[in-house]
Design a protein around this ligand. Structure first.
Ligand SMILES: NC(=O)c1ccc[n+]([C@@H]2O[C@H](COP(=O)([O-])OP(=O)(O)OC[C@H]3O[C@@H](n4cnc5c(N)ncnc54)[C@H](OP(=O)(O)O)[C@@H]3O)[C@@H](O)[C@H]2O)c1
Length: 310
């Protein structure tokens, strides 16, 4: 039997936030060998010991990508134009089975359709949940589901505060800011849970769901946390219909926020799952306030320029 440090884990999305976190955690643990996968391996040679081509839209590339791998981490990128998550995941599961992969870890999200009884339609959540059955029924010796949270990074990225009509910097969203409903986390810490799942198959390799959750907050708590650190951010609740028409993709964000408000991000009490994820990872994930202090710089007002002498 191979010892862990001879076992190879192939990581899809290795150049991105989730897969990158998995690569770094596996390297830090030095229990497994890592094969980083990318559509452009030539551009990322230093990412890992092995960097190999894999394109989920070209299943023929996956045979070599998974060859000899003990484990596979799969994330699909809903945000990339033209991505069909079910088709990509089907190709990856099939190729992993054919290659004799023993442990498959899939980065999933809750089934919004099922949780809300069909009331909310959030394809980038439900589409991932629909892959779970494929992974479960593929017959891998071990399989694990990890659930990425609402990334803290969104608040300095895709959902960064914007200049509002009243001149303040902040958010105008279709969400009741008093409702504590957002399971959040530093996505860079997802790797700790994934690496731990590969290492602890008895505890986490039998279809367990492992969410990364650093904090569970309302939007007012997010804003208050940042403002206590010196920011001056505002929040305004706006009607869903108004927000949905503001930019391409806004309707799905609005729908997602309505789902959060009604059911929370994870959709149900997940304390046992969170506890298991933290136990196997051996650490509590970073709280939002700690992360924000390091990652959300406070804008200092620019000093008045010294008047030029005439
Ligand atoms: N933002 C959030 O709060 C949040 C929360 C939960 C889940 N998510 C989900 O996270 C996913 C995105 O993950 P991320 O944040 O890690 O993305 P990311 O940082 O944008 O990176 C995307 C990765 O996907 C890879 N990729 C894209 N298309 C591919 C293809 N056809 N074949 C192989 N690899 C492909 C890219 O690799 P190369 O370019 O190197 O090939 C890259 O490494 C989305 O599906 C989103 O729904 C996001």
């Amino acid at each position: 039997m191979l010892s862990n440090n001879e076992k190879l884990i192939a990581v899809i999305g290795a150049t991105g936030q989730q897969g990158g976190a998995v690569v770094r955690a596996l390297q830090a643990g030095s229990q497994f060998k890592v094969r980083a996968l990318s559509r452009n391996p030539g551009k990322h040679r230093k990412l890992a010991e092995e960097v190999v081509e894999a394109d989920l839209d070209r299943p023929e590339t996956l045979k070599a990508a998974f060859e000899g791998a003990h484990g596979v981490f799969l994330v699909t990128n809903f945000g990339e134009e033209g991505t069909d998550e079910l088709k990509q995941a089907t190709a990856a599961v099939r190729a992993a089975k054919d290659a004799g992969v023993k442990h498959f870890v899939w980065s999933t999200l809750p089934n919004v359709e099922a949780i809300s009884g069909g009331k909310f339609h959030v394809p980038h959540f439900t589409g991932k949940a629909k892959v779970d059955r494929l992974v479960k029924e593929a017959g891998f010796a071990n399989h694990t589901f990890v659930i990425a949270p609402f990334y803290y990074q969104n608040l300095v990225g895709v959902l960064a505060p914007q200049r509002q009509a009243d001149g303040s910097l902040g958010w105008a969203l279709p969400l009741d800011p008093d409702v504590r409903c957002i399971h959040m986390g530093d996505i860079a810490e997802l790797g700790n849970i994934v690496a731990a799942a590969f290492a602890h198959v008895d505890e986490a390799g039998n279809g367990e769901y492992l969410p990364l959750v650093g904090d569970f907050m309302s939007f007012n708590e997010i804003v208050d946390t940042l403002n206590r650190q010196g920011h001056k951010l505002s929040f305004k609740q706006v009607p869903k219909e108004v927000f949905a028409g503001l930019f391409p993709g806004a309707a799905e964000i609005a729908e997602m926020l309505s789902y959060f408000q009604a059911h929370t991000y994870l959709g149900s009490d997940s304390s046992d799952r969170i506890a298991l994820a933290n136990k196997i990872a051996g650490a509590e994930p970073t709280k939002f306030s700690t992360w924000a202090r390091l990652n959300v710089p406070v804008e200092r007002p620019t000093r008045n320029p010294v008047p030029a002498r005439s």
